[in-house]
Write a protein that binds this ligand. Structure first.
Ligand SMILES: Nc1ncnc2c1ncn2[C@@H]1O[C@H](COP(=O)(O)OP(=O)(O)O)[C@@H](O)[C@H]1O
Ligand SMILES: [Mg+2]
Length: 282
């Protein structure tokens, strides 16, 4: 059981406000589709919720079942039930995928998982995601294809069983088989658990398969429109221009002089991995 509440969230990246007062509540067992043109702050929202150090929250609240998420470190957020499947999962050389998963599972349990149980879980999840078990024995994401990285993100989701799963363009760059495996895994979770999803995608196809309960559109760092699946159909058919006509929302990307920050040197994945590994050693 979990409720995530975002209240008037303002977030700066490289000294520029990207999010300007986001309000969004996600209840138990909801699948919320997050749409919006590129560069309007969708990934920023997910990174800020997960606690990426480059995203500075200047105002607002993030509450998970009433608890103040802003006060939690990344690993605490993960243990509290938040999960981020990243748009570009980073390579983490030196960390074996299965060690990372074991550490992440163990911080959520009293007694460490035994190897037979871990192997069985990895085997089941790998079969479900249709990836070779051998990937779990390689360094995290190192040399993985784009599709393998995305499938591996969902494999982590299957093993970690968060309460709120945020997936950033999980379907971009996936072939038909991989898209099928990803959406089947999400549908199974929707049927069998009360996990909630916040899912960013540009493609109606994924949403047709996983059937969001609600759709929100982010424009210029705010949730501009909320609705049902009809919003996806509209965006898929005619982009975002109708927002200007129907709601008078002007879609402009602000001028930014911000230098891009390398997302590979410090990533949520790496932070969570380091923390999980640190905890596993305790
Ligand atoms: N790490 C970063 N470094 C510099 N600017 C960033 C960074 N992350 C996001 N931004 C800025 O914030 C804007 C919103 O980005 P993002 O949240 O990734 O948008 P979306 O996911 O909606 O495409 C981008 O146009 C970019 O200028
Ligand atoms: Mg993005």
């Amino acid at each position: 059981m979990a409720t995530l509440e975002i209240k008037n969230l303002w977030v700066k990246v490289a000294d520029i406000h990207i999010l300007k007062g986001v309000n969004l509540t996600i209840q138990d067992h909801e699948t919320v589709a997050l749409l919006g043109p590129n560069g309007h702050g969708k990934s920023t929202l997910l990174s800020a919720i997960m606690g990426h150090p480059k995203y500075e929250i200047t105002e607002g609240e993030i509450l998970l079942d009433g608890k103040n998420v802003r006060e939690m470190e990344v690993d605490e957020r993960s243990r509290a039930g938040l999960f981020l499947g990243m748009q570009h999962p980073s390579e983490v050389p030196g960390v074996i995928n299965s060690d990372f998963l074991k550490a992440a599972i163990n911080v959520r349990r009293e007694k460490p998982i035994n190897l037979v149980e871990l192997y069985k879980k990895l085997d089941d999840a790998s079969k479900q995601m249709k990836i070779p078990l051998e990937l779990s024995h390689r360094h995290l994401n190192e040399g993985f294809s784009g599709g393998e990285r995305k499938r591996n993100e969902i494999l982590q989701l299957l093993l970690l069983k968060p309460t709120i799963a945020m997936l950033d363009e999980i379907d971009s760059g996936l072939d038909v088989d991989a898209l099928q495996a990803v959406s089947e895994a999400i549908k199974k979770i929707q049927r069998e658990t009360k996990m909630s999803f916040l899912i960013i995608s540009h493609y109606a196809r994924l949403f047709q398969m996983i059937q969001p309960t609600r759709v929100v559109v982010m424009i210029n760092g705010r949730i501009a429109v909320e609705g049902g699946p009809e919003v996806i159909t509209k965006v898929d058919g005619s982009g975002y221009e109708w927002l200007t006509k129907e709601y008078g929302i002007s879609i402009k990307k602000e001028e930014k002089n911000a230098k891009p920050i390398s997302m590979n040197t410090i990533s949520i994945g790496a932070c969570a991995t380091n923390e999980a590994t640190k905890y596993a050693k305790k």
